[in-house]
Design a protein around this ligand. Structure first.
Ligand code: AMP
Ligand code: TRP
Length: 329
């Protein structure tokens, strides 16, 4: 069976963007792939974060994984920090990635731009190295991610090619990014030229946000002055973003969404319908989340996940250690 792997950083409250671009697609993978989903808690340390906030976000994220339909019988759910092989593989593969290519990563450039240039953490720079270790440790064939992470998976592909060529053997499996055809980049509702992120601004919708507040944000979403509803990212970024949200949640194409709204000429009515779909989906998730968050299920799932993940990771790490010449392996 082919393998799928993905993860999310517990750096803040999950947004509708995380859900549509990534999370929502994870349970679909468990039907066809051997599925690995983890919490990238070591990656969460790449920018300063309060320890209690990180702990709470980690628990929330596992509860949300389960609430969105990940079945621990079909998916191995675990914490990155629980499997020390991630750090061990990281220590090896960092020698096969170049500082030049890491400094060209869009996410690094964007995140480091706002920092004091003398105090950029090495971990932020080396972020994609650890991400390669995450992917390679499970021989993942596919990696479902949103648009912004595609570049990191492509870097991982370069690494695989470089490494396997050097050792003249298929040591690492070549992974493929899977980016949703609709909804790979959900934009902020107040500024549809900016990505929706966990930054806590008014344009971001959170999976654990009060439904009345979500509805308000959608009804107030930034749009143009026209009245027709069609997709035009350049001239109608706000409407295009709402259409994308609608189409993703309905599992239809943008064309089908346009067709659905073609006789509607009032943005207010359009927004109301988008808000209904969003609230209906999020209400279901919140209900399940509330059932899970205070139960023992989270710790049980993580314990079992750790054992399963570790057994695979150990095998792959040994294979790599052997290949590079670590004594006694
Ligand atoms: P992060 O929040 O950076 O840990 O991202 C977790 C996953 O959500 C990654 O696969 C991202 O590509 C995806 N993601 C984050 N923000 C968005 C967004 N605004 N639209 C679509 N996907 C997103
Ligand atoms: N970098 C991803 C993000 O920001 C999270 C992540 C870490 C990840 N390791 C991964 C995603 C491996 C897919 C595969 O969202």
């Amino acid at each position: 069976m082919k393998k799928s792997l993905s993860g999310i950083k517990p750096t803040g409250k999950l947004t509708l963007g995380n859900y549509i671009g990534a999370l929502r697609n994870f349970p679909k993978m468990q039907e066809e792939y051997e599925n690995y989903i983890f919490v990238a808690d070591l990656h969460a340390l790449t920018l300063p974060i309060d320890p209690d906030y990180l702990r709470n976000n980690t628990r929330d994220l596992v509860a949300l994984y389960l609430a969105c339909g990940l079945d621990p019988k079909k998916t191995t759910i675990f914490l990155q920090s629980d499997v020390s092989e991630h750090s061990e593989l990281n220590a090896i593969i960092q020698n096969y990635l170049y500082m030049g290519e890491l400094s060209r990563m869009t996410q690094f450039k964007a995140k480091s731009a706002s920092l004091n240039q003398n105090a950029i953490g090495l971990g932020l720079f080396a972020y994609p190295v650890l991400m390669c270790a995450d992917i390679l440790l499970y021989d993942a064939d596919v990696v479902p991610v949103g648009e912004d992470q595609k570049q990191h998976v492509e870097l991982c592909r370069d690494l695989v090619h470089r490494f396997n060529t050097r050792y003249k053997k298929e040591i690492f499996k070549m992974p493929e990014p899977i980016v949703p055809s609709v909804g790979a980049r959900i934009m902020s509702l107040t500024d549809p030229t900016k990505k929706m992120s966990k930054s806590g601004e008014k344009g971001d919708i959170y999976l654990l946000e009060d439904l009345t507040s979500i509805r308000k944000k959608i009804m107030r979403a930034e749009t143009d002055l026209g009245s027709d509803i069609y997709f035009d990212k350049e001239n109608k970024p706000g409407i295009s973003n709402l259409l994308t949200i609608y189409a993703s949640l309905k599992d239809i194409s943008i064309k089908e969404a346009e067709e659905h709204f073609k006789d509607l000429h009032r943005y207010g009515d359009f927004k109301k319908e988008v808000a209904d779909v969003v609230c209906e989906e999020i209400a279901k998730i919140q209900q399940k989340y509330n059932e899970i968050i205070n139960s023992n299920l989270i710790d049980e799932v993580l314990k079992e996940g750790k054992e399963k993940a570790k057994s695979i990771a150990k095998m792959v790490l040994t294979r790599v250690q052997k290949a590079v010449g670590i004594y006694g392996k």
